[in-house]
Design a protein around this ligand. Structure first.
Ligand code: FAD
Length: 501
């Protein structure tokens, strides 16, 4: 076995039983096992070896090695997938976190850009951009402990998506190593445009992204952060949709929202809403009589400029939320973008960070969202999921159909994200029970004929992938696979292709 690894650029650990004088078998096994698990915690796919590249050339030689020796190879970002998508059972894992710095600044006709190694976390990009340069990428994820290469391989959505599009449309150039081990620079203007679009949302199938050029905008100092509560979903949706369609000074800079339980359940209920739980309280007496089992919280933010308090108040006026159930805070821009950190700290503390996470993310067309609320939120999920149930709209025109991501038809679609943080049984439901509930949600979408697509999709066979991408999308996906990774060695954990024998 050692011979297989002699020519590798750098080796963290090889398969158990190998004669290695520097690391014990036990260390090897533990390292390999930890790279065989992900945030979902439900799939184990122990690799034969983990490679820690520190340069693009090392990524290229690892891919050439894998191809020559018949190994599958997965780039692993921060391992925040749910179903083993960043794994390679018996194959090679590239630990992209080793390719994380330094970040560079470059100018260009379109303005300043960050040149970011793909293994950098978005939290590292934020720190670099704001602290050093008072600039920031326009589009984020809620949680920033994700790698740039990982979210660009999926989509990257948050409350800025309605305005700036997802992260995949906020990148101007990529450096990619394709499945034949070739380094290619690609962008819509400078060449290799098809590879550029293939890789964005491409689920790691067409190449390993090693660097991304990300345009920057001036960063605001502070943000006015607002939450307002609705008891009526149709009104919630119509207000949210009218806000995402606004332009210019009358538009918020961020829009998200979530469903929560109409009750004081400490995990799923009223306590989710106040922005400062020390000083703000949720007064249920404000709710209209006959409110249903779920309520809805619209979350908005305005980058602080001149006279913002007045502007925010004007913009809130026409909205149909429950008066008296509005919550505001002014926070620094960095604190706003890092807002999920305290939830992570809490989850680590109470053990739910390390428990299984059967998360489900779906894009549902606006034309079906009211029915989805009635049949899914208010029936299947009426007791909550032990964590946020996000539901907020985005505009299809802000996505680029040349990319690999598949989104529903229609002008507006919603992200529905069931972010389950359950305690391990017997304190909480089993992973199987949560998976069964997810399946019931997907079954309902299918049987009702909703126009929907899974985000961060997970399927077990190719016929399901073909349906996911649609007829044209699937034939384009197949063509691109043959062109950029003909031996089908990349990202086997997505379960789309098997490596050639
Ligand atoms: P990994 O899980 O390690 O990899 C994901 C896939 O991308 C794998 O197939 C892998 O092989 C491939 N890949 C990774 N790096 C590269 C690369 N450099 N080149 C080519 N392929 C690569 N998503 C959102 O859109 N918005 C959110 O707000 C959001 N919040 C999240 C919060 C948490 C706590 C978690 C766990 C996930 C969240 N996600 C969110 C989902 C996230 O986008 C995905 O998990 C994504 O996979 C990024 O995670 P990662 O960097 O750990 O990538």
């Amino acid at each position: 076995m050692i011979a297989y690894f002699e020519n590798l650029p750098r080796r963290l650990s090889a398969a158990a039983g190998e004669d290695d004088s520097n690391t014990s078998d036990e260390t090897n096994n533990d390292d390999l096992k930890s790279f065989g698990r992900d945030f979902g915690g439900m799939v184990t796919s122990v690799p034969a070896a983990v490679i820690q590249p520190s340069t693009t050339d090392e990524v290229a030689s690892a891919i050439r090695f894998a191809r020559a020796k018949g190994f599958a190879l997965a780039a692993r970002g921060n391992g925040h997938s749910i179903h083993g998508q960043a794994g390679a059972a018996g194959g090679l894992v590239l630990d992209m976190r080793r390719l994380a710095g330094p970040i560079g600044l470059t100018g260009g006709p379109g303005g300043p850009c960050a040149v970011v190694p793909a293994g950098a976390l978005w939290a590292e990009v934020l720190e670099w951009a704001v602290t050093k340069h008072r600039m920031a990428p326009p589009s984020w994820t809620d949680y920033l402990g994700l790698t740039v290469g990982g979210t660009l391989s999926n989509g990257g959505v948050s409350g800025q998506t309605f305005r700036h599009g997802p992260q995949v449309v906020n990148v101007s150039q990529l450096e990619v190593i394709t499945g034949d081990g070739e380094r290619r620079l690609c962008s819509p203007e400078a060449g290799e445009a098809d590879l550029f679009f293939a890789v964005l949302g491409g689920l790691g199938q067409f190449g390993v992204i090693t660097r991304a050029w990300i345009p920057l905008l001036p960063a605001p100092d502070a943000v006015k952060w607002i939450r307002v509560v609705y008891s009526d979903f149709a009104r919630y949706a119509s207000d949210a949709e009218s806000l995402v369609n606004r332009y210019g000074p009358d538009s918020f800079d961020y829009l998200e929202g979530f469903a929560f339980v109409n009750g004081d359940d400490p995990v799923n209920g009223y306590g989710l809403v106040p922005l400062d739980s020390g000083r703000q309280t949720f007064d249920p007496d404000r709710l209209p009589q006959g409110s249903g089992p779920l309520l809805y919280c619209l979350e908005l933010a305005l980058h602080c400029r001149h006279a913002d308090d007045k502007r925010a108040a004007e913009m809130l006026k026409p909205l149909g939320y429950v008066k008296g159930l509005e919550f505001c805070a002014k926070v620094s821009y960095v604190d706003f973008l890092s807002r999920v950190n305290h939830s992570e700290a809490e989850a680590r503390e109470n053990g739910t960070w390390d428990a299984p996470h059967p998360w489900l993310n779906i894009f549902v067309s606006a034309c079906d969202i009211v029915d989805f609320d009635r049949e899914v939120f208010r029936k299947i999920l009426r007791r909550g999921v032990g964590g946020p149930m996000l539901v907020y709209p985005m505009l299809r025109r802000k996505w680029d159909q040349r990319m690999s991501v598949s989104v529903p038809d229609g002008e507006i679609f919603y992200l529905v994200a069931l972010l389950r943080f359950a305690r391990s049984p017997p304190a909480g439901p089993s992973a199987e029970e949560m998976m069964a509930e997810n399946q019931a949600v997907v079954d309902r979408c299918r049987s009702a004929g909703y126009n929907y697509k899974l985000y961060l999709p997970h399927y077990r066979d190719q016929s399901q992938w073909a349906v996911h991408f649609g007829e044209n999308g699937w034939s384009r996906f197949l063509d691109r696979k043959v062109r950029y990774d003909p031996a089908a060695i990349l990202s086997p954990g997505q379960l789309i292709f098997s490596p050639e024998a």
